[in-house]
Design a binder for this molecule. Sequence first.
Ligand SMILES: NC(=O)c1ccc[n+]([C@@H]2O[C@H](COP(=O)([O-])OP(=O)(O)OC[C@H]3O[C@@H](n4cnc5c(N)ncnc54)[C@H](O)[C@@H]3O)[C@@H](O)[C@H]2O)c1
Length: 348
Amino acid sequence: MAHLYESRKRILVTGGAGFIGSHLIDELLRDGHEVLCVDNLFTGSKQNIDHLHGQPRFEFIRHDVTLPLYVEVDEIYNLACPASPVHYQYDPLQTIKTSVQGAINMLGLAKRLRCRILQASTSEVYGDPTIHPQTEDYWGNVNPIGVRSCYDEGKRCAETLFFDYHRQHAVEVKVARIFNTYGPRMHQSDGRVVSNFIVQALRGEPITIYGDGTQTRSFCYVDDLVNGLVRLMDSSTDLIGPVNLGNPAEFTIRELAQFVLDETRSSSSILTQPLPQDDPKQRRPDIVLARAKLSWTPRVSLREGLKPTIAYFRSLIQPAVLVTSREYVAYDMAGLKAASAYPAGGQA
Ligand SMILES: NC(=O)c1ccc[n+]([C@@H]2O[C@H](COP(=O)([O-])OP(=O)(O)OC[C@H]3O[C@@H](n4cnc5c(N)ncnc54)[C@H](O)[C@@H]3O)[C@@H](O)[C@H]2O)c1
C-alpha cells in the first residue's frame, strides 16, 4: 500500500545500484517512500537505477561504505558488498573491509539516528553445511582461510557486529540470511550459475557444469526476496533474526541447465569441469521461521522466474530481438505480479 506523506520514510539502501538493491529501491518507491541509494558502483551500475532519474523521491550518492557517511534517514538496508565469487575474490581485502568496516559505519549511523537497520547476510555463513536443510540455529562449517573466506567470514563478522550493536547500544537490527537469488539486472559476467547458464545458452556456447552436476541449489526470484526483506524490516522489534530468506525448492545443477536449455530453446551442449575449492554440495534454506514470523513464502517457481531473467539477458546480448526486449520491459515494470500477461507457451 502506498504511504501517505506523514508516514513516508526516508530510507537508505547501501549497494542500491546492484542487482537486489535496485529491485528493493523500486519496491520502496512503489510503496511511497523516499530512497537514498549509496553505492560505489564496484559491481553495481548506473543502468540499474537509470529508470529512477527524475523521480523526485530518489537520490543517489556515489560513496564507499568503508568510509564514514553522514546522512539523515529513518531506516537503513545494508546491502553493499560484492556477492558473486568472481567479484568478491577480485579484491578480497576490500571485500572484508566492505563487510566489516561497512557494517561498523552503517551501525554507527543507525546508532546516532536511532533507526532500524537490516543486514543482507548470506547462506554462505553456513559454509559447506553438515546439516540439511540449514536452520538459523546451525552455526555453519566455514573454512576460515580459503578463497571464499573473505566473503563468508566477512559476513559472519558483520552478523556479530549487528548483534553486539543490538546488545551493547540497543540498536534495532534485523539480519536476513539470503540464499541464491536471481532475476533481471544480474551481472552477465558474474560467474553465478543462473547468469552463466543463461548467457552461455543464449550465445550457443557449451553450458559449463562444475563436478557431475548432482550438487543442489535453491533459487529465489528477486521479487520474492525483496518482499521478504521488506517484511523483515517492518516486523516487530523483537524479531532480530537471523532469518533465512530463500526458495526451498531444490534443484540439481544439471536440472537447472536443462530448464535453461528448454526456456532458451538453445542447442548448447553441456561441458563438465572440475569442482572448485569449498564449493558447497547442497544448499537449501529452511524457511519455517520466515513463514511463521513474516507470513512469507516465495511464490515464483524457477521455471516462471527464468522467463523474465532470460528475456533480460536476451535484451543485453541480442538487442535486435525487440519483441523479447519488450517482454522483459513489461515484466520489469510490473514484476511477476503481471505474470499472467506473459504469452502462453513461454519464451519464444
Ligand atoms: N544475489 C544473491 O544471491 C545473494 C545471496 C546472498 C546474499 N546476498 C547479499 O545481498 C547483497 C546484494 O547482493 P547482489 O546480488 O545485489 O550483489 P551486487 O554485486 O549486484 O550488489 C552489491 C552492490 O554493492 C556495491 N558495493 C560493493 N562494495 C561497496 C562499497 N565498499 N561501498 C559501496 N557500495 C559497494 C556494488 O557496487 C553493488 O552495487 C550483498 O550484500 C550480498 O552479499 C546476495
